[in-house]
Design a protein around this ligand. Structure first.
Ligand code: MRU
Length: 349
């Protein structure tokens, strides 16, 4: 099977696989400037924390490549600020933008395009490698024949590689087949029902889509052996921000003694954010909740609250799987070691 990628950069153009249309249509969206990339990020044409970082990095490259000589540093900063403002929770976005800015700041105006291009390429390659490695670390945690639940989409579509949570699931299934993956549909934008289901189908992993509200009933009947999810930002103390509904799954998992694993590269760990309370939670347009596939379902005048993410406290997390291995509590110490290992592997600076 061909490798599934959410984006590809070539000859001054960033093409994004338009995820709002999946799985019905596979359309590649060409972006020629940072504004186009920012607009695509805002409406989730490209999404998933690591993929946002890679797309943001290439977005800055597009900006500098079109800048007039002598204006490349300033253009890089402006493009980065535009892209940074698109989605606040996924730390990989701001992190990747800072990586490019740092590299460009140390380069001359003449070198800026080449240096930014090399940095974006390095970020993309490092994420691909981190996915592969963390999948190998995480796979043995899932029992042969197991029934594993995942929330949202943390697959190839959300990264530059095979995915984080789905990378672990696919690697475990290759080693010793799982009997089923429970795919939370993931209200309101259905990243589970549309994207995770599509990816698992391509991978040949058996799955069933469930409504988010079924998780408790599934666990109460003993039908879930483990949970694996991705993350948008992991605070220094191990609190985990991920798609709205993840916290509910974690509470239920604790109630039913089901292990709750988080899979993420070390670029998702944010040592500068002390705890989950310090994580900015993106609030999105209420129409995403009030409408279904573009059709209004709520009564006229109804309002909705649409937080895109929630925070799962570290005490509910059984382990965090990164490219550096398996981190367990106390997370302050173990994550610090993982971040240091990520630096020496070139996944982060
Ligand atoms: O709003 P989205 O679709 O960008 O949210 C994505 C998630 O919550 C993923 O679980 C997370 O970014 C990890 S992706 C490897």
């Amino acid at each position: 099977m061909d490798d599934l990628v959410p984006l590809r950069y070539h000859d001054g153009c960033l093409e994004l696989l338009e995820q709002t249309l999946l799985p019905a249509a596979e359309v590649w969206l060409p972006c020629h400037d940072p504004e186009a990339v920012a607009a695509a990020i805002r409406r989730l044409a490209v999404r998933g924390a690591p993929a946002l970082g890679v797309a943001g990095a290439w977005g800055v490259v597009l900006g500098i490549a079109a800048a007039r000589p002598g204006e490349r540093h300033q253009t890089a900063r402006q493009a980065a600020e535009l892209l940074r403002a698109t989605r606040p929770t996924a730390v990989n976005l701001g992190w990747a933008l800072d990586e490019v800015l740092l590299a460009v700041a140390a380069a001359s105006d003449d070198e800026a395009v080449a240096v930014a291009t090399a940095t974006a390429g390095r970020i993309e390659a490092a994420d691909r490698e981190a996915n592969r490695t963390l999948a190998g670390h995480g796979a043995p945690l899932l029992p042969p024949g197991g029934r594993v639940l995942t929330h949202c989409n943390a697959g190839a579509l959300a990264t530059a590689g095979i995915g984080t949570a789905l990378g672990v699931i696919a690697a475990a299934h290759r080693h010793a087949p799982l009997s089923n993956v429970w795919v939370d549909e993931t209200r309101p934008l259905l990243q589970g029902a549309r994207l995770t289901a599509w990816e698992l189908g391509r991978l040949g992993v058996p799955y069933q889509i469930v409504t988010d509200s079924m998780v408790g009933a599934l666990m109460a009947r003993g039908l879930v052996d483990a949970v694996v999810v991705g993350s948008d930002r992991i605070a220094a103390n191990g609190d985990v921000a991920n798609k709205i509904g993840t916290y509910t799954v974690a509470v239920l998992a604790a109630r039913h003694q089901v292990p709750f694993y988080v899979a993420a590269p070390t670029s998702t760990v944010d040592p500068a954010t002390a705890t989950g309370r310090d994580i900015a939670i993106e609030e999105r347009d209420q129409r995403e909740v009030l409408e279904l596939a573009g059709h209004r379902i709520a009564p006229a005048g109804a309002h909705a609250l649409n937080w895109a993410f929630d925070v799962t406290p570290a005490e509910l997390v059984t382990a965090i799987i990164t490219e550096a291995g398996i981190a367990t509590a106390p997370y302050g110490d173990s994550l610090r070691n993982h971040v240091a290992a990520g630096r020496s592997r070139g996944v982060r600076s």
